[in-house]
Design a binder for this molecule. Structure first.
Ligand SMILES: [Zn+2]
Length: 221
């Protein structure tokens, strides 16, 4: 992960200015979803011919990631409709995670010798795992320093934020839901979404919507 990130860090990056929204013309995060971006899974899902897992009827190479996990299809149309600030668009979220791009502006995330910059919401009292944030799982891409300041000021979801430097973010798995054959062979979606590590046997019946990183070698920024 780290070497891949470092290589991609030098790759050409987003140059489009952020889309603005509302009376105060606030920048809409690059990775935020828009209401005009709609799921395109529908009746396209099926069971593989050999019965070994989930597939699309008209599956394309881009429908699966390099670990073989199927991803939910979603149209991509930033700027169409209204921004949905609480939700990240799965393609842009994955792009930002794999390329270590800032989730707000889409440019390379902040990086120093102490690591990549992440903003996390602190768990509530009694919910904090031992050693947190070391080893924390995150579906939120990193940020750059100017956007971190912006997010701390305007993001309503960061009520108790913690800025972290993460030296070794590692691709851990996916967030999404199980879709399994029910009675009569019809596919049934699990009611709750969850995180699943890559390599898990259930991955072949999983429809991913976010990439999940494990944050290792963390320090408060
Ligand atoms: Zn930024």
């Amino acid at each position: 992960m780290t070497s891949t990130s470092a290589n991609r860090h030098d790759a050409p990056t987003q140059t489009a200015p952020p889309l603005l929204w509302g009376r105060n013309s606030l920048p809409v995060p690059y990775a935020a979803a828009w209401s005009g971006e709609v799921p395109a899974v529908g009746a396209a899902l099926t069971i593989r011919e050999d019965g070994s897992g989930l597939a699309y009827r008209d599956e394309r190479a881009l429908d699966r990631d390099r670990h073989g996990v199927l991803w939910a299809r979603l149209t991509e149309a930033p700027g169409v409709g209204r921004p949905v600030f609480r939700s990240l668009h799965s393609h842009r979220q994955r792009r930002a995670m794999l390329g270590m791009l800032c989730q707000v502006c889409g440019a390379p995330a902040g990086r120093t010798a102490r690591g990549w910059l992440f903003l996390l919401q602190q768990p509530g009292p009694g919910e904090q795992p031992a050693h947190w944030p070391e080893g924390a799982l995150s579906a939120k891409p990193p940020v750059c320093a100017p956007c971190a300041r912006l997010a701390l000021r305007y993001c309503p979801h960061l009520t108790v934020p913690l800025a972290l430097r993460v030296r070794k973010p590692r691709v851990w798995g996916v967030f999404g839901g199980l879709v399994t054959p029910g009675v009569g062979g019809a596919l049934v979606s699990s009611p709750n979404d969850e995180c699943l590590p890559y390599g898990h046997p259930a991955a072949r019946w999983f429809l991913a919507s976010q990439l999940v990183l494990e944050l290792r070698h963390c320090r408060a920024a």
